[in-house]
Design a protein around this ligand. Structure first.
Ligand code: BES
Ligand code: MN
Ligand code: MN
Length: 454
């Protein structure tokens, strides 16, 4: 492995330049005006896979954004690893809070700043470069590789499940490797073995047929914003628990053993609060912060729209108000079942003076993987070799919808070998990625191909 690792080290500058080109493409999946950029970005990924040495590369159009597939199956008898990543990114707003333009990658110290730097362009690019290093140094890979890189992760991976279902044979593999998660802390090799799921809902409260003068009509008609605020306020009790009936029914309790492992992290609430700029943390009572983040379900309002929000004052009762509400779910909660309970409860809370319209925007199943498989062990050893430290295992509060799908349809375990940091501002202004972790990621990935092929 020495020559490959040396090759990866000596090519860092080139890798960073290529990553910059990737980061310049504004591949925001949720915005219709970026549809062409999405196509351009898929083509970029396909080109890079081709250049890296994949023998077959194909772009599959979908009803939404294209899926990029690549493969090299030149190691018969050896395991096949499927590498998943996403080339789409989140919107950049509020853009005025960025210190440098979101699509003009800028290096400051050890970090590269751009939308998508850590989530997930920088992380997925790692595997393209490690594959390329093998081909350049050795002319082949020690195992079979497939890539599936999608463009709809940030909007719920709507068309990916159908694609996987339709292409079960094409995607057949022994394990899935994903770099779209974080290290527990800088320099500490980490494997994520659990993700929360998601049920993302939108609630619209409709009152009068048109906006009304708040003096002439206020007091005699329900104000949709007031009603919506009351509904939202009723969704938690004083102990921070979600009040939706049956919400906690399927929650898998934390085992004693896992609880002990969590304690080994020595998590500091004080430090965390300071990093987030709050006086005190908040959440469901009687649970530690790591439990609140990793093993407890939550409900949060993500956005609220209604009425007059411009500068100055306008006296008006808006005809409508709406809120985007997400619930992070844990094993064994079912997003479909939760969405139903949510809908029923919200309807029961709404007074007759308004109409409520509830829609389910998207969802994801939670996941929990055993730590005993061959792939996860190989990944832990590989990261250890690159980082020169013992690998830790953690859960994550965020979601990656496809992980449960791979398990269900391909019957393949996913290994989440992430290289980001939760402090790298993913989904937020000034997103960045550590160039040290980028380099160590490429090395870890290369070690993984070797380890897992044994
Ligand atoms: N890469 C993230 C998931 C993640 C977040 C992993 C933080 C580790 C730390 C992923 O791109 C993401 O943002 N997922 C969405 C999924 C949703 C849109 C269905 C999420 O969790 O909000
Ligand atoms: Mn991601
Ligand atoms: Mn994301």
């Amino acid at each position: 492995m020495e020559p490959i690792i040396q090759f990866i080290q000596s090519n860092q500058n080139l890798y960073v330049e290529e990553l910059k080109t990737f980061l310049r493409i504004p591949s925001i999946s949720t915005l219709p005006e970026n549809k062409e950029d999405m196509k351009h970005c898929a083509a970029f990924v396909a080109d890079k896979l081709q250049q890296a040495g994949m023998s077959r590369v194909e772009i599959f159009p979908t009803e939404g954004h294209p899926i990029v597939y690549g493969e090299w199956l030149g190691a018969p008898g050896k395991p096949t690893v499927l590498i998943y990543g996403h080339y789409d990114v989140q919107p950049v707003d509020p853009v005025e809070l960025w210190n440098t333009p979101p699509f003009e990658p800028t290096i400051k110290g050890d970090n590269i700043f751009a939308r998508g730097a850590t989530d997930d362009k920088g992380q997925m690019f790692i595997h393209i470069k490690s594959v390329e290093a093998f081909f350049k140094v050795k002319g082949s890979l020690p195992l079979n590789i497939k890539f599936i890189i999608e463009g709809e992760e940030e909007i719920g991976s709507e068309h990916l499940e159908g694609f996987i279902q339709q292409h079960k044979d094409l995607l057949k593999c022994d394990a899935v490797l994903i770099s779209d998660t974080s290290l527990y802390e800088a320099g500490l090799p980490t494997i994520t073995y659990g993700l929360r799921g998601l049920a993302y809902m939108e609630v619209e409260v409709a009152g009068p047929g048109k906006d009304l003068h708040s003096g002439s009509f206020g007091g005699a008609v329900a104000n949709p914003i007031n009603v919506l605020a009351e509904i939202i306020a009723k969704l938690h009790d004083k102990k921070g628990r979600v009040t939706i009936p049956n919400f906690y029914d399927d929650v898998l309790p934390l085992s004693k053993e896992e609880k002990k492992n969590f304690e080994l992290f020595n998590f500091s609430d004080k430090k965390f609060a300071k990093e987030l700029g709050v006086q005190e943390l908040a959440g469901e009572s009687k649970f530690s912060t790591l439990e609140r983040l990793w093993v407890r379900p939550t409900l949060d309002c993500n956005g609220i729209i209604g009425g007059f929000t411009g500068k100055g004052a306008k006296t008006v009762i808006a005809s409508k108000a709406s809120a985007k509400i997400s619930m992070r779910l844990v094993p064994n909660q079912d997003p479909k079942k939760i969405a139903k309970s949510f809908t029923k409860y919200i309807k029961s809370l709404a007074p007759k003076s308004v109409k409520v319209i509830i829609s389910n925007l998207h969802g994801a199943y939670p996941t929990l993987s055993p730590l005993t498989g061959k792939a996860v062990k190989a990944a832990a050893v590989s990261m250890e070799k690159a980082f020169n430290k013992k690998t830790v295992f953690m859960r994550e509060g965020g979601s990656i919808p496809v992980v449960a799908t791979f398990q269900r349809i391909l019957k393949a375990p996913s290994v989440l070998m992430g290289f980001g940091l939760n402090s790298e501002n993913l989904h937020s202004p000034n997103e960045h990625f550590s160039l040290t972790h980028f380099q160590l990621g490429i090395q870890s990935s290369a070690y993984f191909f070797e380890e897992y092929s044994k």
